[in-house]
Ligand binder design. Sequence first.
Ligand SMILES: Nc1nc2c(ncn2[C@@H]2O[C@H](COP(=O)(O)OP(=O)(O)OP(=O)(O)O)[C@@H](O)[C@H]2O)c(=O)[nH]1
Ligand SMILES: [Mg+2]
Length: 300
Amino acid sequence: MTKKCLGCGATLQDSDSRILGYTPKLSNDLCMRCFKLKHYGENLNNSKVQDNASIINHINKTKATVLFLVDFLNINNEIIEYFKKIKNPKYLVITKSDIIPKNILKDKLVANIKEVYDINEDIYFSSTLSKENINKFLSLANDTRVMLCGLTNMGKSSLINKMIGSDITVSNRENTTQEFIKVASFIDAPGFVSNYKVLVAKTEIKPITYQLKSKYYLLIDKYILASDKDINITLYLPNNITVEKRRKREEYNYNLNINNNEDLVIKGLGFIKFSSESKIFINDSNIEIRPSIVGGNHEN
Ligand SMILES: Nc1nc2c(ncn2[C@@H]2O[C@H](COP(=O)(O)OP(=O)(O)OP(=O)(O)O)[C@@H](O)[C@H]2O)c(=O)[nH]1
Ligand SMILES: [Mg+2]
């Protein structure tokens, strides 16, 4: 019988260290990759690249109830498309709720997300730092198998470990979980991957409001954001992202129209709420413009 790594679900093998699942001794419970990730935070370069379509197919072949995890900064049209492709009974879970700014009203956030993305299913919050909704998820798992899926790094394995005390490998590297892993009534899924890199927010997001003048542009990490006129914007980004205001040396092609109370989503990074209508330039195409999910009566 084949033995699977308890950390990532890969089939253990002792023949080739360049291939997934390698361990020098088949009596080990962890592959070498998980061992190094857990103990030294090192990533061996032998993981497989996930195929989103086959992950969706696999999910749809099971009868499991699905918890689809996404954090506050990574809600975007591409991710919600994956949620919509799942045919099983399902819930959207806004994970890592500890990173959501404290002034955001959660009920309002849920109502906005449902409206903007046309979602009828229930939306819950979760965090491994609190017990939020954990009893609800555990009681779901009393009646049916529960599968956790979503983009890589959303905290699927961390939440299962928190709920049942399992020891699935957790890291901020992409695709830590390699195969579907059954533990008790839960199934951990490998994460979806995208063509953009997901930056992981670790602590509560501190929104920053800027007046962006037409003579300046913002350098947000590697992104240039410029506007054709003076505007007010609020940035929702991981706290370790650098933001610099620089004087323009050239005129940009302001080819995007954005309205008051809309978000510019930079996929993998976060989003920027606009408080004025404007024509803007951004040097990336992995973006979405949507009615703001933090718009309305959020600020107390
Ligand atoms: N702040 C915060 N960080 C979390 C939370 N849950 C997980 N993380 C962190 O998010 C990162 C990814 O966690 P994982 O549990 O490995 O994520 P995953 O969704 O299983 O990722 P893949 O296996 O790659 O698909 C780790 O650095 C965790 O410490 C949470 O509730 N709050
Ligand atoms: Mg995982």
